[in-house]
Design a protein around this ligand. Structure first.
Ligand code: FES
Length: 119
């Protein structure tokens, strides 16, 4: 957190418990409050990069979409081969040609969150 702060990136911790110094709630609650506090010009300069559990990624993707903010999500999947051969890590992605199965290990792991079919 100190490194991010030194780069001018505001950082906060969130928790559903009452830990001192933490925002009480989900990270998406804090992010929503933060985005709502910005004017349109400042918000237009934001891009979200997210990683973590799939349900959280889905919530972050929905938050980004609700504020019309670009969002990239780093997906995690179990990988048997990790070189694109087994198709064990596929996720459904919306493409201009229609739905497609993409391999997280070689096509990702980072995808435009708005294209991920979260299920
Ligand atoms: S882990 Fe085998 S294709 Fe991705």
């Amino acid at each position: 957190m100190p490194l991010l702060e030194s780069w001018g990136v505001p950082t906060r911790l969130t928790s559903l418990s009452d830990f001192e110094g933490c925002y009480r709630g989900l990270v998406t609650d804090l992010a929503n409050d933060y985005l709502d506090s910005m004017d349109d010009d400042a918000r237009s300069k934001i891009e979200i990069f997210t990683c973590g559990p799939t349900l959280m990624l889905k919530a972050v993707a929905e938050l980004a979409a609700s504020h019309d903010i670009p969002c990239q999500a780093s997906l995690e999947e179990f990988m048997a081969c990790a070189v694109g051969g087994c198709a064990g890590c596929t996720v459904e992605i919306s493409t201009p040609e229609g739905p497609a199965m993409k391999r997280v290990c070689v096509d990702g792991p980072v995808f435009d969150a708005s294209t991920v079919v979260w299920g």
